[in-house]
Design a protein around this ligand. Structure first.
Ligand code: AHG
Ligand code: MN
Ligand code: MN
Length: 335
């Protein structure tokens, strides 16, 4: 029988460099938080937490009970290591300061989307948690300390609460995936050194927004839909789960391209997905797996943030497809 490597063993063997002690401690807490969230989600309708609260988050979205419960779990568990000096989340208007207990070894910022795809939670479809870790220049961080481009991330990851619960991580040295053995209460390495295939015949986009998209996106999708008869000379398949985590995970495993572009309805907001705790961590992971991530005109990781809840257009996945989408935006490939 194969002896699986636990996430604890894996991290102790693979984390090296100046952040390794702090990252080991912070990731231990993230693992605990994700296990607790997984259990809360597993309870489903039995928990009585599937409904909406009367409240809205800072972005005017109706909060579900589980949005708030998962946010609370993440905050509570991630104070334990003593390395996290500040946190920010989709569900909180402002950043929060945490008392650092291990300042001599560095101080860090944790940004997260505690429940991604929350519209799926009461219909029993996959949801996730996304997180990003930055260094903090300040032991008592304020908003400006968080305003770093995605290239500065020292760790990013997501938990996927799907048919199995998984944790997928990068610390800037490739991407590894771990699957939760619920009986043992431990994550084990199941997807070592994930690589996104450079080519694909599968795209993920909410097609109902077609008429609102900009021309380069309409052109890319039109050409996919033309299949073997069109200029792409191959048939494409489509998927849309409405959970970015599930979508990007599928792309990491079998290739594809995920798109949530800007459209005329979203113009004033700048896009749908949030830069700091959705686009940046997922872009870091996709790039570390050999893929690419763009707004259409700029590498996502190089966008300099101007707000905690800033939104950006997102297109990521198989490198050759993303490069084609970029070329269409810059009109480098003529019709
Ligand atoms: P969240 O639940 O954290 O607000 O994020 C949902 C996001 C993303 O995960 C998904 O790709 C997208 O919103 C779905 O949007 P549509 O409902 O417009 O398809
Ligand atoms: Mn989300
Ligand atoms: Mn969310």
């Amino acid at each position: 029988m194969t002896q699986h490597v636990s996430i604890t063993e894996f991290l102790s063997q693979h984390l090296v460099g100046e952040h390794s002690i702090a990252l080991t401690a912070m990731l231990k807490d993230i693992v605990t938080a994700c296990k607790k969230i997984s259990l809360a989600i597993d309870q489903g309708a039995l928990s009585g937490n599937m409904g909406s609260l009367g409240s809205q988050n800072v972005q005017g979205e109706v909060q579900k009970a589980l949005d708030v419960i998962t946010n609370d779990i993440f905050i509570e568990e991630n104070q334990r290591s003593g390395y996290v000096a500040g946190m920010a989340s989709e569900e909180m208007d402002d950043v929060i300061e945490i008392a650092v207990k291990r300042r001599q070894q560095g101080q860090y910022l944790l940004l997260f989307d505690p429940l991604d795809g929350s519209s799926n939670v009461n219909v029993n479809i996959s949801v996730g948690t996304i997180f990003s870790i930055l260094q903090s220049a300040n032991a008592k961080p304020v908003l400006s300390d968080f305003m770093q481009a995605g290239t500065t991330q020292i760790c990013a990851g997501y938990a996927l609460y799907g048919t199995s619960t998984m944790l997928v991580l990068t610390t800037g040295n490739g991407v590894n995936g771990f699957t939760l053995d619920a009986g043992a209460g431990e994550f084990y390495l199941s997807h070592p050194d994930i690589k996104v295939p450079a080519d694909t015949q599968e795209f993920a986009i909410n097609m109902s927004n077609y008429r609102f998209w900009q021309e380069p996106v309409q052109r890319y999708i039109d050409e996919c839909l033309q299949g073997v008869e069109g200029i792409r000379k191959k048939d494409f398949n489509m998927r849309w789960v409405a959970s970015m985590v599930a979508e990007v995970h599928r792309i990491l495993v079998r290739g594809g391209v995920f798109m949530y572009p800007i459209d005329s309805k979203l113009q004033s907001k700048g896009g749908k997905l949030r830069l700091m705790y959705e686009a940046n961590p997922m872009s870091f992971i996709v790039e570390q797996a050999g893929g690419a991530a763009t707004t259409g005109i700029q590498r996502i990781l190089e966008v300099h943030p101007n707000g905690l809840h800033q939104r950006v257009p997102v297109m990521m996945g198989s490198r050759n497809e993303v490069e084609r989408i970029v070329a269409y935006h810059s009109k480098k490939i003529a019709h």
